[in-house]
Design a protein around this ligand. Structure first.
Ligand code: G6P
Length: 613
């Protein structure tokens, strides 16, 4: 979704803004723009397409100045065009606004402003904001800040804003309601940004703005106020991310780097949640064992890849805790009439902690008086701030749009959580819990084994990437793995892919199978009937001449005899096999995308963090 960056300091703002926008590229965008103060008033440049287009516009027509604001736009209201790009200006060209979110009552505001003589250039909802501020000033607001506050009191919807006034030197305003925005504090320099990685190398501390707050950034410091103008004291948080975490570190893409980070991320998450005696310990869980004993139900809600983690969480929690567990998509949960009661624990799963539908669902659950536990990757995110309890995935910044390390960290978080709850409820004996921890501890090395065989996976991707479609099949714990493998493939390679519960294949997708159809079958070995059932499904594909690509346990001859191509993974317990299997599917999608020549870190039309419905 849209990205915002702003700068107040001694330097020329233009290169600082461009660099910040480049670091926000991963969020997804289709146009970009900046505005700075110059001795002659505000100067701005905008362009459609990638940031290189904006850089070309700046090379053709130089711009320098400070302070400044910048924006990458992911179109919602109005097509991607220079006119619709941000910053948007008022009628006098003296107020510039960049905005992430949606002003829901923009049409009514636009009509009212239009009736007073304001004319609009763009199709966007955002453009009403500079005009509203202009109108407030014209109607006697004593200063820019008051005009901004009065304008925002009329806006409904969601926003993160950066605002620049030609008549207010050395000042950038920021405002937040429902869309992410942080203030960064450097050495005599101040920044705003949609997230920390965009400005991490310049700052020491962060202020996480709350909804309904305005920040005033000047060379003398930052003041935060509410919409009534009252000053709010804010805690400054030290920056917890190392600047190099937002770099590619020699990998050709962020996605490949993040795929390779998984053994380290999972090992460290495990270590921070195991005691000296190898028992699961979740420091911030915030709920007593008694609470879990009395608990009746868990409802897990999330979107996208995080929803596949939720499905895995459901299967594992049911398996290890005896609780009734349900899942739903954020976009569905919030619009149905969910029957959840106080004794339901609501679990929200989100990498960013800013996904609009997940957040709205969490708020609904809170209205229903449920306790909320979040599994989240981003410290200080909205989800974290609105939850009773947090299980951080500690995966570090994830820049590739297609989620990889955040997903496996979510799976591991569910594994740790399930063992914790299972023990608290007396469903897991000491011996069983110890065996589970031992099996979990084998996961990072097993992933490493898969990564070491990436060339074999690349060869398979090269062979199968050019078909129109691919089918992914899995069962039980690996049903979400099949869904996630298919999602990765379509997200980055744009090959149509469908994930299915293998047992459901006969009820539809079997009609698609012919000698051209790649069918990726997750059939790693287990001790029980699920493996045998999966083999029967693979035989059904074979009988219809489908092209079987199997994910199998090292040494499995039965699968080798059936498959055209095979990716081996080391033996791993069935419960935790999805953490390993999915890495092979991430690589398969990655190399298919590479063969198809797509922009892997920034796939078309996708956004990393979906902050609007
Ligand atoms: C977008 C991203 C996905 C992500 C989903 C949910 O669609 O492209 O990678 O899984 O949002 O995001 P969240 O931050 O809530 O996990």
């Amino acid at each position: 979704m849209c990205g915002i960056v702003g700068y107040v300091g001694e330097r020329d703002a233009v290169p600082v803004l461009l660099e910040g926008l480049r670091r926000l590229e991963y969020r997804g965008y289709d146009s970009a723009g900046i505005a700075v103060q110059t001795p002659d008033g505000l100067g701005w440049r905008k362009s459609v397409g990638r940031l290189t287009e904006l850089e070309q516009a700046l090379a053709a027509n130089e711009l320098h100045g400070r302070p400044g604001i910048g924006h990458t736009r992911w179109a919602t209201h109005g097509e991607p065009s220079t006119t619709n790009s941000h910053p948007h200006l008022d009628g006098t060209g003296r107020i510039a606004v960049v905005h992430n979110g949606i002003i829901e009552n923009y049409q009514a505001l636009r009509d009212a402003l239009g009736a007073c003589g304001h004319t609009f250039q763009s199709d966007t909802d955002t453009e009403v904001l500079p005009h509203l501020i202009e109108a407030e000033l014209a109607q006697g607001a004593p200063d820019s800040e008051t005009a901004l506050r009065q304008a925002l009191q009329q806006a409904r919807g969601a926003y993160a804003l950066g605002v620049l006034f030609a008549d207010q030197p050395d000042t950038v305003y920021a405002a937040r309601l429902g869309s992410p925005l942080i203030v960064g504090i450097g050495d005599g320099e101040y920044f705003i940004a949609s997230d920390v990685p965009a400005i991490v190398k310049h700052i020491r501390e962060v202020i996480y703005l709350n909804d309904g707050e305005i920040a005033v950034l000047t060379p003398d410091g930052v003041t935060v106020k509410n919409l009534e103008g009252e000053v709010i004291e804010h805690k400054r948080h030290p920056v917890a991310i190392a600047p190099e975490a937002a770099e590619r570190a020699g990998f050709e893409t962020f996605m490949l780097k993040e795929i390779h980070e998984q053994p380290r991320v999972l090992r460290s998450l495990l270590e921070s949640h195991l005691t000296d005696t190898d028992r699961v310990h979740i420091p911030d869980i915030g709920f007593s064992d008694d609470y879990f004993q009395l608990l009746r139900r868990i409802m897990i809600v999330s979107c996208g890849t995080a929803y596949h983690a939720a499905m895995y969480g459901k299967f594992l929690l049911e398996h290890l805790t005896g609780l009734a567990v349900e899942t739903d998509l954020g976009s569905e949960f919030r619009y149905r009439s969910p029957r959840i009661e106080r004794d339901t624990l609501f679990v929200a799963v989100s990498q960013s902690g800013e996904t609009a539908d997940t957040l709205a669902s969490l708020r609904l659950a809170r209205e229903m008086k449920c306790k909320v536990c979040s599994i989240c990757n981003v410290v200080g995110s909205s989800l974290v701030r609105e939850s009773d309890s947090i299980l951080y995935t500690e995966a570090g910044p994830e820049i590739g749009v297609a989620s990889t390390k955040a997903y496996t960290a979510q799976l591991l978080a569910f594994a740790l959580f399930s063992i914790h709850v299972g023990r608290a409820r007396g469903e897991l004996s000491d011996a069983r819990a110890a065996a589970l921890v031992k099996a979990l501890a084998a996961v990072p090395d097993a992933i490493h084994y898969v990564l070491e065989r990436a060339d074999r996976i690349r060869a398979i991707a090269d062979k199968h990437h050019d078909g129109p479609s691919a089918l992914y099949l899995g069962r039980r714990f690996n049903y979400p793995t099949a869904l996630e493998g298919a999602l990765k493939n379509k997200e980055i390679s744009y090959q149509h892919a469908e994930g299915y519960a293998a047992g459901e294949m006969k009820h539809g997708p079997i009609a698609l199978i012919n000698e051209y159809m790649p069918v990726i079958c997750v059939c790693t070995q287990t001790d029980d009937e699920v493996y045998d059932k999966m083999i029967s499904n693979v035989r059904e594909v074979e009988a219809r001449h489908g092209r079987i690509i199997a994910l199998a346990t090292d040494g499995d001859r039965q699968v080798a005899d059936l498959a055209e191509d095979i990716i081996y993974v080391p033996p791993i317990s069935e419960e935790f096999s999805p953490l390993v299997n999915v890495v092979a599917l991430q690589l398969l999608a990655y190399y298919a995308a590479q063969a198809r020549g797509t922009d892997i870190d920034k796939p078309r039309n996708l956004a990393k963090s979906v902050t609007v419905e």
